[in-house]
Design a protein around this ligand. Structure first.
Ligand code: MD3
Ligand code: FE
Length: 217
């Protein structure tokens, strides 16, 4: 008998990696939706362009951001917050596309959070050289909700620590199509993305895009 060495390629089954208690990485989970996601991202960025926001400390972020959904994450000199309107236009953020919501709910369910219904999606665009320093996500109202993240484009290293900034860090590489869910005990863990290496992704170009789905309101 000939062993079916390429079974994984013929019917790609995303592999599941437990990164920490409550944190699950679903490799390749978004691949079947990649074209839909990228097309929807173009529509969102046309209505709410990517911009480099300013931190409360006055630094311009190297990661460019936009949002979709009922609320969007923003930062300016007054602080971090979720806002129902895009401060650049004064208008509501673009609606969350059905394909985004479906993917986020499905991934959260697979990870053990079947009741998650995100109302905000922060979209990060990394060009080579961009980075996101170690931080916690704590502007959301209810930490019982997980955060779901979807990586597209160039690969990045992802740093995942613990509840204290000084806790030891584990590194994962996140690839095009990977989906990760962070909930339960890992929800408030420190994390970051070191400087994106140069490269060109065949579908996405010279950048990495990351969607993070949140229960913000
Ligand atoms: C772990 N984004 O937008 S996604 C962010 O790749 C953010 O753009 C990174 O951190 C990115 O806030 C990482 C993975 C992620 C998101 C939220 C988390 C990991 C998390 C919340 C708690 C623990
Ligand atoms: Fe974060």
């Amino acid at each position: 008998m000939i062993p079916d060495l390429f079974a994984d390629i013929a019917s790609p089954e995303p592999s599941r990696i437990e990164m920490a208690e409550g944190a699950v990485l679903l490799r390749g989970k978004a691949l079947p939706l990649e074209h839909e996601l990228l097309a929807a991202l173009d529509v969102i960025a046309a209505a709410a362009p990517f911009r480099h926001m300013v931190t409360p400390g006055g630094f311009v972020m190297s990661v460019a951001m936009t949002n979709c959904g009922a609320a969007g994450w923003v930062t300016d000199r007054t602080g971090y917050r979720y806002d129902r309107n895009d401060p650049e236009s004064g208008k509501p953020w673009p609606e969350m596309p059905a394909s985004f919501l479906q993917l986020a709910v499905e991934a959260a369910t697979e990870a053990g959070y079947p009741d998650f219904r995100p109302d905000a999606c922060l979209i990060n665009r990394y060009e080579p050289g961009a980075r996101l320093s170690l931080h916690q996500d704590k502007n959301e109202r209810d930490f019982a909700n997980p955060i779901v993240s979807v990586s597209l484009g160039l690969p990045a290293t992802f740093q995942f620590g613990g509840l204290k900034r000084t806790d030891p860090i584990t590194k994962y590489s996140l690839h095009h199509g990977d989906v990760a869910v962070w909930g339960g005990p890992s929800r408030l863990f420190y994390h970051g993305v070191p400087t994106l290496k140069d490269g060109v992704h065949e579908k996405v170009g010279r950048m990495r895009l990351n969607l993070t789905f949140r229960g913000a309101l």
